[in-house]
Design a protein around this ligand. Structure first.
Ligand code: HEC
Ligand code: HEC
Length: 236
């Protein structure tokens, strides 16, 4: 038994999941992920491109893992991890992180380039949107407290600044795709780069200290249909 565990640990270190044996608990198999996503999926201070995973909706996480495998999202590190994993294993990863207590790394006090004026602008976008550009309020979909909505909308609290800026860039450049209608791509194209930076700094300065979970499915209705939502539901 001990030998089998050592063998599968070694396999995990050198090959993607499809080859790892089923002898290990899923949490143990995910130790490699902690370097970038934290021991308990809370994110890592200083890893500005890697988001937290803990407590995000399982439908959302599954959809993202599948997206890396199928090229709807591009990331060298992530693609390598999931390229041979089957849907059943991706569900197990998604369920594992979704069940962890929602936590984010602490609020980023260093992202200080936010003058009062830009902070108000960011807060207005989050809470009211920008009618002149046809941008809906972020919290209309991500929740009044920005903790997300089951099964497909993730929390925005405490995402690292560079990660958010990079995701908006990826949507605008067509590197990250949701199923059509792709709500986030549409939003990303309507917001000027300087406002994206302000919103990203604003979000990174929040933290989920109260451990808020995503709102239950159906507890409020987003103002627009996004393709990734029914998709995520099907996947559950
Ligand atoms: C070398 C660093 C690194 C490692 C190790 C790593 N990741 Fe990631 N992960 C990233 C980065 C960077 C992103 C964001 C990619 C992008 O720009 O879209 C990401 C994104 C994700 C996302 C999408 C999250 C979201 O909110 O959209 C999931 C899910 C994920 N990783 C799971 C895992 C799992 C499971 C493992 C271990 C098997 C793992 N990661 C290992 C760096 C890493
Ligand atoms: C109409 C609903 C809707 C609105 C409004 C909306 N979002 Fe989203 N957002 C989504 C959905 C759905 C996802 C899941 C990813 C996908 O579908 O591609 C998402 C994902 C995200 C992510 C990815 C999080 C991660 O962990 O990778 C970020 C960042 C984000 N949204 C930021 C924003 C910001 C900032 C605003 C306001 C300017 C906003 N969203 C407004 C629906 C919305």
């Amino acid at each position: 038994m001990r030998a089998r565990i050592i063998v599968s640990t070694l396999l995990l270190a050198t090959t993607p999941f499809a080859h790892a044996e089923a002898t290990l608990d899923v949490g143990e198999r995910l130790t490699a992920c902690a370097t970038c996503h934290g021991q308990r999926g809370e994110g890592v201070q200083g890893a500005e491109y890697s988001p937290h995973l803990a407590g995000k909706p399982a439908g959302y996480l599954f959809e993202q893992l599948r997206g890396f495998r199928e090229g709807r999202r591009v990331s060298t590190s992530m693609t390598w991890y999931v390229r041979f994993a089957d849907d059943a294993f991706l569900h197990r990863i998604a369920d594992y992180y979704a069940a962890l207590p929602p936590r984010t790394r602490s609020a980023d006090a260093g992202a200080s380039q936010l003058t009062d004026e830009r902070r108000s602008k960011a807060q207005a976008l989050v809470e009211r949107g920008d009618a002149t550009r046809g941008v809906l309020a972020c919290n209309a979909c991500h929740g009044a407290n920005l903790a997300g909505l089951e099964p497909g909308i993730p929390a925005l609290l405490g995402l690292p600044i560079d990660y958010v800026i990079a995701q908006f860039g990826a949507w605008r450049e067509g590197i990250r795709h949701g199923a059509p209608p792709d709500c986030m791509r549409d939003i990303a194209e309507r917001i000027p780069a300087e406002d994206i930076r302000a919103v990203a700094a604003y979000l990174s300065q929040q933290s989920n200290i109260d451990g808020l979970r995503p709102a239950p499915a159906g507890s409020f209705v987003p103002p627009r249909t996004c393709g990734s939502l029914p998709h995520a539901q099907e996947a559950k």
